[in-house]
Design a binder for this molecule. Structure first.
Ligand code: GLU
Length: 493
């Protein structure tokens, strides 16, 4: 069966850091567009000037690119449906607001902010949901026209049907029936001449020929309004998909700002800009967010290419999804194990260099097999492998003393190990392990005692990749220098 190619859009407002909710919409949009041979579009919804944070537009574009979700049309790449920034489309909205007014679907409202606030307070006292009371709905058109000509500040409101019901169809949730009296006359154009989301998104989705609107479920409340606006224009509706809500990691209640702060304390984040620094890969993040709202098997490990193969909007689910950071770790670690050695080396290198280490590429390639299985996040490479690129290590003196022995006995072991290694022609692990094991045997010591001292001496840490392989890569000369240094520390204790 041939599927009609989809035009999808992610339409973030540049009002704060790019959240994983935006990334999830973008991912599904991207998958649907690629799957159907369509286009994926970035539209910046920047009409709320008070809330706009200028730097976040770039952050969104960088975030999408980091995730590998290249958009076909957008503010910085252009496209034939542009501009893709809503503040550059003012005339388009003014024109459409006028069409609605001309056809009796919208009207100017001259109510002042103060009057609206008083009305709102009274409604609250009466335990009513705040709503516009309709004062200007039935103004005489000629009076309204006169007041506009006089330059009186006004907004434009949508004339919501007051009787009957609106049936709005969501692809995942089916028909949603709302009594029209539950809605009111929302503002479409603000007094500053800019549109609200309600008008701008509807007009743009039509003008940009968007076929599928995937968006957050916070828009379900005004969904009947949006459907009425589309119908007032006489346009075909896109297919609407309201995605699942994100829940707290505990699964109890919606994810809140407080949860975000708590996550950060644990070294996690819900902001895409932080993921790279925290050592997450785009593969891990995409896999994690893909499964929060997509009914494929919960543990499926997939690249975006594999997702494109399997994706259908029918398999998206409206059930809420708990943000589980352990799952992010799981997917990240799993993808790290799937990268080629060269790829993983290239990804780890910046973590070493940003920490002031001088990376030798040959050494880096050699340590990948030793590190790979130990990494959950890319930056774990520092904890496990920084010593490969350091000239000297600074072991904690206490750690150099083997269990059950004292500093003097530990120094003797270090001394003997030094001699054994010094006599070897090279430090390949095949060559160095047998004589050291023989020494363990004949001394009656426990292997952990001898190898523990050697590990701390040569790597500077108690936990490291396999000892002999690590020593081979560090090299004979440096190992001897480090053991000698350890010996000096032990002798002084
Ligand atoms: N600008 C809206 C937001 O950031 C977009 C919602 C939509 O996708 O229509 O929530």
């Amino acid at each position: 069966m041939s599927i009609k190619s989809a035009r999808t859009r992610v339409a973030p407002s540049p009002t704060g850091h790019m959240h994983l909710a935006t990334a999830r919409v973008a991912l599904y949009d991207y998958l649907l567009a690629k799957k159907t041979g369509g286009q994926f579009i970035l539209r910046i919804e920047d009409t709320d000037l008070k809330r706009t944070v200028p730097s976040t537009e770039q952050e969104i574009m960088d975030g999408l690119r980091w995730l590998g979700l290249e958009y076909d049309e957008g503010p910085d790449v252009g496209g034939k449906f542009g501009p893709y920034r809503q503040t550059e489309r003012r005339e388009i909205y003014a024109h459409h607001a006028k069409i609605l007014m001309d056809h009796g679907h919208a009207y100017p409202c001259f109510c002042s902010r103060d009057r609206l606030e008083i009305a709102r307070q009274e409604q609250m006292k009466r335990k009513e949901n705040p709503h516009y009371d309709g004062t200007c709905r039935n103004l005489d058109p000629s009076e309204a026209a006169r007041r506009i000509t006089n330059g009186e500040a006004h907004t434009i409101r949508f004339k919501m049907p007051q009787e009957g019901v609106t049936v709005a169809h969501d692809h995942l949730r089916g028909d949603i029936t709302t009594e029209n009296k539950q809605l009111y006359d929302y503002v479409l154009m603000k007094s500053d001449g800019l549109p609200t989301y309600h008008l701008a998104a509807i007009v743009d989705d039509h003008e940009m020929e968007i076929t599928h609107v995937l968006r957050g479920s916070e828009w379900l409340g005004t969904f009947p309004l949006h459907v009425n606006i589309v119908r007032a224009f006489g346009w075909d509706e896109p297919l609407w998909v309201h995605l699942s809500v994100f829940l707290k990691p505990s699964g109890k209640g919606k994810l809140s700002k407080r949860d975000t702060t708590l996550a950060m304390k644990d070294g996690y984040s819900v902001f895409i800009k932080d993921m790279n620094e925290l050592g997450y890969t785009s593969e891990g993040v995409n896999n994690w967010i893909a499964l929060m709202g997509w009914g494929v098997s919960k543990d499926d490990v997939m690249t975006v290419e594999q997702m494109i193969d399997r994706f259908t909007i029918d398999s998206l689910t409206p059930s809420p999804a708990a943000i589980n950071f352990q799952k992010l770790d799981h997917f990240n670690a799993t993808h790290i194990r799937l990268f080629t050695t060269e790829d993983l080396a290239a990804r780890l290198k910046p973590y070493f260099t940003h920490n002031g280490l001088n990376v030798n590429d040959q050494v880096l390639l050699k340590i990948i097999p030793l590190l790979r299985e130990r990494l959950v996040t890319l930056d774990d490479c520092l904890a496990f492998g920084a010593f490969f690129f350091q000239e000297d290590v600074t072991p904690n003196p206490e750690d150099l003393i083997a269990k059950g022995l004292d500093a003097k006995q530990s120094a003797q072991i270090a001394q003997r190990a030094y001699q054994i290694i010094a006599e070897l022609p090279d430090l390949s692990h095949e060559r160095c392990e047998p004589p050291l094991r023989a020494y363990v045997e004949e001394s009656g010591l426990n292997p952990n005692q001898v190898f523990g001292i050697l590990r701390v001496a040569t790597t500077g840490q108690k936990v490291s990749p396999p000892l002999f392989e690590s020593m081979e890569i560090i090299g004979k000369e440096k190992c001897l220098k480090r053991i000698k240094n350890a010996l000096e520390i032990l002798e002084k204790m």
